[in-house]
Design a binder for this molecule. Structure first.
Ligand code: AMP
Ligand code: GLY
Length: 422
């Protein structure tokens, strides 16, 4: 069978890599893909992004089903376009994707359905937002309502930063429409974890637990990024916490969406904040898998992903049980020069080791130009190591990282430190 993965990042490479391992699969198309998906003989890049054009391609090629990686095509309605043509696709509709594409929608939804989250208010007027910040004090968190490619959240430790964020979004319009409204919310403290499940409209299937590192520099210092590394499982998510996250956040969300007339299908990712007493709050929803969380998660999945996806598309997730490699998988992101500010493109990449049973490299911002692999985005690679302990998985990942070279490469040297401390 032929299947299609939409997207071009490390998450999509990992999904395509896993789908290609299925004996049922003849080819995995990746649209548009990257240098790594171009190099893998079982995968085939397709230079298309427009949903209607992709749907026509799927019809022409007889693609059995499509999996969507990133939020942008979901928020633009790719699932609606495919479904209208009777094509099988896994992801949320445009309306359901608002859980990620509008912070105000997500907060109002959580409020309405009693799902724990930080206290908040939404503003379109800069003057009102400034007055609210003065009344609340710092620290406080300012979030652009819309999708802003990771630039829409300012965790302000001072009033000055908070006012600056409001001016940037509401007065100076730096984020365009995405920042035309802002959500201002209470600052939460604790440890974050990513809780990712698959939803088929009714049934929920939890994936293995994971945790990522959002800050650029070691010891979680420096600016926020899309994620500099991730590992699975995440020991912070104990079995008790896992059950609470399902009961208090995921199930009420799935039921709430159904009740509101916009049933959720697709990957649902709740960013959790776990306070020192072990209580949970929802930081955010994503309507897709995490990147880089997907890379270690896929590295551990033993079940045939084709079976899982077909069950998901057909509303039969209750018939699937996932089988995981018991080892820890730990992924280190190698980023381009000047990421996240202004990542440089075009640097030649060498030394990526061949895949082994305990290390695999997924590509993100790479492109293959006349046989040379070059950087083409902020996060360039995610190098995943597998082993029986977090420490040994870390060692395997960094052993592979050490072999890879490109000018200006940046990576953290401490991915997994929280899990090792436990
Ligand atoms: P979000 O895109 O909403 O998850 O925000 C990005 C990052 O900002 C999160 O992963 C947290 O590290 C941080 N953050 C978001 N909301 C809060 C909050 N209410 N309190 C503290 N940190 C937050
Ligand atoms: N790693 C965080 C995200 O995918 O949103």
């Amino acid at each position: 069978m032929k299947v299609l993965v939409v997207g071009s990042g490390g998450r999509e490479h990992a999904l395509a890599w896993k789908l290609a391992q299925s004996p049922k699969v003849q080819v995995v198309y990746v649209a548009p893909g990257n240098g790594g998906t171009a190099l893998d003989k079982r995968l085939q890049n397709v230079p298309l992004t427009d949903p209607e054009v992709l749907a026509a391609f799927v019809e022409r090629e007889g693609v059995a089903f499509t999996v969507v990686g990133p939020e942008a095509p979901l928020a633009a309605g790719i699932v609606d376009v495919f479904r209208a043509r009777g094509l099988r696709i896994f992801g949320p509709t445009r309306a359901a994707a608002q859980l990620e594409s509008s912070k105000d929608f997500a907060k109002a939804f959580m409020h309405r359905h009693g799902i724990p989250t930080a206290y908040y208010k939404t503003f379109a007027s800069a003057a009102d937002a400034h007055a609210y910040i003065d009344a609340q004090g710092a620290p406080i968190v300012i979030k652009a309502d819309g999708l802003a490619a990771g630039k829409g959240v300012v965790v302000a430790m001072t009033l000055e930063e908070a006012h600056g964020a409001v001016d940037m979004m509401l007065a100076d319009n730096k984020l365009g429409d995405a920042g035309a409204r802002v959500v201002i919310e209470e600052f939460l403290e604790g440890e974050e974890a990513s809780f990712i499940v698959m939803v088929d409209g009714k049934n929920v299937l939890a994936l293995a637990t994971s945790q990522d590192h959002k800050r650029l520099l070691d010891a979680d210092a420096g600016p926020n990024t899309g994620g500099m590394g991730a590992y699975s499982p995440a020991p912070v998510v104990t079995p008790a916490l896992h059950a609470r996250a399902l009961r208090e956040i995921i199930l009420p969300t799935v039921r709430g969406m159904e009740k509101d007339g916009i049933p959720f299908t697709g990957f649902l990712y709740a960013g959790l904040m776990i306070d020192p007493e072990g209580n949970l709050k929802t930081l955010e929803f994503n309507c897709r898998m995490g990147d880089p969380e997907t890379q270690p998660i896929m590295a551990r999945l033993k079940t045939d992903l084709v079976d899982v996806m077909e069950a998901a598309v057909d509303g039969k997730l209750d018939q699937i049980e996932l089988d995981w490699d018991r080892r820890t998988a730990l992924g280190v992101v190698m980023a381009a020069f000047d990421y996240p500010e202004n990542p440089r493109r075009g640097d030649a990449i060498t030394g990526i080791p061949a895949e082994t049973d305990d290390a695999v490299t997924f590509h993100a911002g790479t492109t293959l130009q006349d046989g040379t692999l070059r950087t083409s985005g902020g996060r360039v690679l995610c190098v995943v190591g597998l082993a029986d302990t977090v420490k040994a998985a870390q060692k395997n990942a960094y052993a592979a990282v050490e072999q890879i070279r490109f000018d200006g490469m940046q990576f953290r040297t401490d991915i997994g430190y929280r899990a090792i401390k436990r």
